[in-house]
Structures are given as C-alpha cells and as structure tokens.
Design a binder for this molecule. Structure first.
Ligand SMILES: Cc1ncc(COP(=O)(O)O)c(C=O)c1O
Length: 415
C-alpha cells in the first residue's frame, strides 16, 4: 500500500483543505461531512457582506440588489454541478418539503396510475413524505416499499416491481445507511418504458459523485445542501425540474411562485419556469452561505473530487478488512465504487459505543445509524489520506484499550 503521506503530497486537491475552518486546538479527524459539511473559510466574508453590509446597511433595498433571485442564482450554481441548464434548479425550504412538492406535482400529472415505488433503504423521512404526497394528490396512489435490505441485486428487486400501474419511482441516489448508489440512467430508462416518472433525492450524492442530469435522463430531483455542498446547518434544499416539464404544478402555491410576487395579486398565475416551485420568502442569509462550498467544488471539478473520493474510500475499506475485521468490524457498503457514494458504513455490534468513544476519546467524528452501523464520510476537499490511516489506527487503539466499554451506556440526543 502506498504510504498515505506520499498520496497526500501528490494530491492535486490537497490545498482545498486550508480553505475550510479548522479548530486550532485539536487534531480532529472529521468524517461526518456526509451529514454536515465543514464550514468554508469564505463563509466569514459572505456573512460580513450579506448580514452586516446588505441587511445592516442596505436594509429593504437588498431585495432589488440580489435577494429577489437568490434562490435561482444559487440554484444555477448547483445546477452547474448537476449538468443542468440555467433555470432548472431552485433553492427552497428543506429536502422533505421539496420532495413533497415534487412528488405531489408528479402524481397529479399521473391520475390514471396508482403506484409509487421506493425501497426500504430510502431515508425514512422520504418514505413518510411519499405517503403524505399520495394522501394529498387526491387520486388513488399508494406507496410500495420494495425490500432491498438484503437483496444481492437491489436493481433487479426494484425493477421486478415496476409495471404499467407505476406512476412514480422515488429513490435516494445514494442511500443514507449503506451508501448504495443506484444507476440513474438504468432506473430512468426502465421508468420511461412504462411511462412512469422518477424523482431522485441527491442529498448524499450531490458534490460527492458525478451526476449529469441530461445524459442520465433525470426529470425531477431534490437534494440537501448541508452535506457535501458545505452550505451550513439548516441550509435550504434544492429542486431540479427539467425545463420541458412545464405541466407539473407546485401544490403549495404562494406569492414567490408567481412571476410577479410584488404585484400583490391573489389571482397571479404561477411563474413559467422552476420559479413556480417557490412558495414564500427565500432564505436569503442561508442561501448566500451555500455559494462558497459550491464554488470550491466547481473549481476543483467533480472528476477530480470523485477520483479522490474513490481513493479515500477504497483505502479505508482495505484497511478495515486488514486491521478492523479481526476486531469485530465488517464493511457493509458495496465494494464496487460504481455502486457506492462517498461514505462507508461499517458494522460493529456496539457501533454506538464505538462512535461515542471515537468522538470523546480519540478526536475522530464518524456517525452512528441504528442499530449497529457507523458511517465514515470522505469529503475529498478536506479529507486526507493520512486522515484515513490515522482513523483506523485510532480505532484499533481504542478497542484494544477497552474504550468501547466506557461508552456502552451513553445515548446522545442526536446519534
Ligand atoms: C437522503 C436524505 N434525504 C432527506 C434528508 C432530510 O433532509 P431535510 O431535513 O432537509 O428535509 C436527509 C437527511 O439527512 C437525507 O439523508
């Protein structure tokens, strides 16, 4: 195995690490960028600009000086990462609310069909939202959850359930637990054969793996901005809608979804493009904070980001197999990088205690997903190859020193 130091010194993305905020007081290894990305250092200047200059000094004039179209302008930046055309991506609310709007819109365009397909590994909130969308759409849609939890061929299991009654297939492109990655093109093509729509959740894939909505045949997608896009806690989510889908209607109509919100006319028609999926006032401050992270990814280029993501995660998997499996750990993410996102899930019977011990005693932050998985997220802009090796060293030290036992009875509020 090539020494980690050598890989770091050859890494063309290595300098990006210094463009994120790091605490000067610890040797923290942060491997939870798949949950909340690190803060880009440039966020400080954006806060100074948007909070102190624009809000503080320009006050209400800010609406005419960039706030009004901030959801679309930051949306377009994210769109560049997705290979979308300008005007196809907009920021709004959070992923759950965006998913709801998109799902109801899709179902109302398919009244003659009955079935919404998703899988058991999808994010639980997504499954709940799809059920709410069926209740709201006003027809007879119902959600079928295909059990892919132990399927050797999840794609085969899902596609076996697709038929003429399928209105919508909605999946997380990369699953939140095991990190399984669907082949966008394959599922979109299968859906098109039965005239079904697809609705993707890109939360765990945007900024982590290459996506090209045009060549992958994506019609509708949503995603969050606080993971690999480093947009900050509670940052708004985004909706992508292909520009030829003008017949899909936002189910929560409101003034910002009309062409002229400031006409104050309750009968204003919806705006024609993606703007019609807005409802109320944009989250100006948090939208502005998303820019630096997305700009860094665009500067780095998703090809380089992805190449490093695969390098980091493959190295981690190899080290887990060699050094952690004798200690009761087992890699539960797909081994084929084409089938994986940028995090690796590792089983341990006391995963929660291991995670707490790592955070509190070893300055390594992964996260825990019940009942028995630890997730290690590799954000290529700030994770080094040395981080990967040191994490495995620290896990070995922790287990050999009995650290797991010290955390067995703790249960934090957020795992
Ligand atoms: C795949 C996926 N979808 C949706 C969400 C929830 O997003 P939000 O809280 O923005 O609704 C998460 C949160 O981690 C997620 O992992």
């Amino acid at each position: 195995m090539t020494p980690a130091n050598d890989l770091d010194s050859m890494d063309s993305l290595a300098d990006f690490r210094n463009r994120f905020v790091h605490s000067p007081h610890d040797d923290l290894i942060y491997l939870d960028g798949n949950s909340l990305g690190r803060q880009p250092a440039a966020v400080g200047q954006v806060i100074e600009q948007v909070v102190n200059r624009e809000w503080g000094e320009r006050l209400i004039r800010g609406w005419n000086e960039g706030w009004l179209d901030i959801s679309g302008s930051v949306g377009d930046l994210i769109g560049e990462l997705l290979g979308a055309r300008s005007g196809e991506v907009i920021l709004a609310e959070n992923t759950s609310a965006c998913l709801y709007k998109a799902a109801v819109a899709a179902l109302r365009s398919q009244p003659e069909k009955s079935n919404v397909l998703t899988d058991s590994e999808n994010f639980p909130s997504d499954i709940q939202i799809l059920r709410s969308a069926c209740d709201s759409a006003g027809f007879h849609h119902k959600v079928t959850v295909v059990d892919t939890s132990s399927a050797s061929d999840p794609t085969g299991a899902l596609l076996a359930a697709v038929d003429d009654s399928t209105a919508l297939i909605s999946l997380s492109h990369v699953s939140y637990k095991a990190g399984w990655r669907w082949n966008l093109k394959e599922i979109n093509e299968a859906a098109a054969k039965v005239d079904a729509l697809t609705l993707w959740d890109f939360s765990h894939s945007v900024g982590a793996v290459p996506i090209d909505v045009q060549s992958d045949g994506v019609t509708l997608a949503v995603g969050c901005t606080y993971k690999y896009l480093n947009g900050g806690p509670g940052a708004p989510a985004f909706i992508y809608l292909r520009s030829d889908q003008d017949h899909l209607a936002n189910p929560i109509t409101g003034w910002f979804g009309t062409a002229e919100p400031f006409s104050f006319d309750a009968s204003s028609p919806p705006a024609s493009g993606i703007q019609r999926f807005l409802t109320g006032t944009p989250h100006v401050v948090s939208a502005a904070l998303i820019r630096p992270g997305v700009e860094m990814l665009l500067e780095a280029g998703m090809d380089r980001v992805y190449e490093k993501s695969v390098g980091l995660s493959q190295r981690f998997i190899e080290l887990c197999d060699q050094r952690l499996s004798p200690l009761g750990f087992e890699v539960r993410s797909p081994r084929d990088p084409q089938r994986r996102g940028s995090h690796v899930a590792v089983f341990h019977p006391d995963a929660q205690a291991v995670g707490l011990a790592l955070i509190n005693e070893k300055s390594v932050i992964p996260d825990f997903r019940p009942p028995d998985l630890l997730r290690f997220g590799f954000a290529p802009l700030y994770t080094s190859f040395t981080d990967v090796d040191s994490t495995v060293d620290r896990i070995v030290e922790l287990v050999e020193d009995g650290g797991v036992d010290r955390w067995r009875n703790e249960t934090p509020l957020v795992p």
